[in-house]
Design a protein around this ligand. Structure first.
Ligand SMILES: C[S@@+](CC[C@H](N)C(=O)[O-])C[C@H]1O[C@@H](n2cnc3c(N)ncnc32)[C@H](O)[C@@H]1O
Length: 389
């Protein structure tokens, strides 16, 4: 760690400065930035960066809410994984040597490397890596921190690793979001062969927007894909690669912090699956977003023996309730639109229906919320409205 960095850490960790940061955790940061710093040796920007860091940490990585932790600029925290998704990924990993080639703020590395004896972190951003090294010391974790471009490291590297992890940066030069493999930093397609030559297993975190068929077509060595949602919000698509020829690609649809169990299937199974169709029966099923992301619309019908309402409506139905379905299940009845009374309160869901929930709310004069649901959708017979009973 360089002297300048150590000095700035000492200043930020000064008791009065920390007390000021903690007293302003709920302050309006824009107004705070306009004020003069009460400490001649620490700027208001530096103080606000730490306050912002603690605010983000509270939601995203509470394990860092400890005395002595230093937070980087906001963009570095936005790019980090959350503690919860990192913890999920860590559960399956174990070995001797682990390397994270895109350390960033090191949240993934911290969790994923827990069950490894030797840990290496590569990061091109000097200040960021210094912060990570400092924080890991505070947390009592050891690693080798290498401040280099990973391509240069890979070109010279002679070591073999049990697991190589990458979470490529998904912003271009103009800070716009990108997600195709060749647009990421690093360009995964360029280093693909090199990665597989130094490791038994390569794990890459990708955008939830990435198309799975595209992924499988450009990365020939995938043996596993995890679609990870947190409270039904798809956060990550994680691919596992190995140079060993494994049989088929296992896909896992995960919804963390829900009661729903993981649904696993083999990539390609959807192609041979078929749905049966029906008008709504007693129960209506809405698959969770990790299932929808996987695009297994017929497979889910086949596996759970549920009937689909329409080829473009990803809603399913049955007369008996299936408690194991990875998604929401409602008991519902079809109703006539004339029976919808103004000012009634409903949660409105629109699926394969010409109007959005906001427009439906306006059209029928409904209020949002409450415990009852209305689903506006289409079955094979045409537009229908379903009401929870
Ligand atoms: C999305 S962030 C990683 C976040 C990390 N997984 C976490 O949980 O905190 C990606 C990081 O990769 C670094 N990076 C991108 N391209 C790189 C390269 N060619 N060599 C080294 N580091 C690189 C960026 O500087 C950035 O900090």
């Amino acid at each position: 760690m360089n002297v300048k960095f150590v000095k700035s850490v000492v200043k930020l960790l000064n008791k009065e400065v920390q007390d000021y940061i903690n007293a302003n955790l709920k302050a309006d940061l824009h107004s705070l930035l306009l004020k003069k710093s009460p400490f001649p040796e620490v700027s208001m920007q530096e103080i606000v960066q730490q306050i912002k860091g603690k605010q983000v940490a509270e939601k995203k990585f509470p394990f860092l809410l400890k005395h002595g932790i230093i937070f980087p600029p906001q963009l570095n925290m936005e790019q980090s994984s959350s503690e919860k998704t990192a913890l999920y990924k860590s559960q399956i990993l174990k070995g001797k040597k682990f390397i994270d080639l895109t350390s960033g703020f090191g949240i993934d590395a911290y969790y994923l490397s827990q069950n490894f004896e030797e840990v290496t972190l590569i990061e091109q951003n000097t200040e960021l890596l210094e912060i990570v090294e400092h924080n890991w010391t505070v947390l009592g974790r050891k690693a080798r921190f290498i401040n280099r471009k990973l391509e240069d490291f890979l070109n010279e590297n002679q070591e073999h690793f049990d697991t190589v992890y990458l979470d490529p940066a998904r912003r271009d030069q103009n800070k716009n979001k990108v997600f195709l493999l060749e647009d990421l930093s690093p360009n995964i397609l360029e280093i693909h062969d090199n990665l597989l030559s130094i490791s038994d297993q390569v794990i890459i975190k990708l955008s939830p927007l990435i198309d799975l068929k595209y992924l499988v077509s450009v990365l020939p060595n995938i043996f596993r894909i995890d679609i990870i949602a947190l409270k039904n919000d798809v956060k990550e698509v994680v691919v596992f690669l190995s140079k060993e020829n494994k049989n088929g690609i296992i896909c896992n649809c995960v919804n963390l912090e829900s009661e729903e169990s993981t649904f696993s299937f083999t990539f390609g199974e959807e192609e041979n699956a078929q749905s049966e169709y029906s008008e709504p029966e007693k129960f209506i099923y809405i698959p969770n977003n990790s299932i929808l992301k996987a695009g297994i619309f017929n497979l889910i019908s086949e596996k759970f023996q549920l009937k689909k309402l329409h080829s473009n409506t990803h809603l399913y139905t049955s007369s008996e309730k299936d408690e194991d379905f990875p998604g929401r299940v409602f008991e519902m009845e079809v109703i006539d639109s004339k029976k919808i009374k103004k000012k009634y309160q409903f949660n409105i869901i629109s699926k394969n229906y010409p109007l959005k929930p906001e427009e439906i709310k306006k059209k029928y004069g409904l209020k949002d919320g409450g415990n009852n649901y209305l689903i506006f959708t289409q079955s094979k017979k045409g537009k229908i409205i379903l009401k929870s009973v």
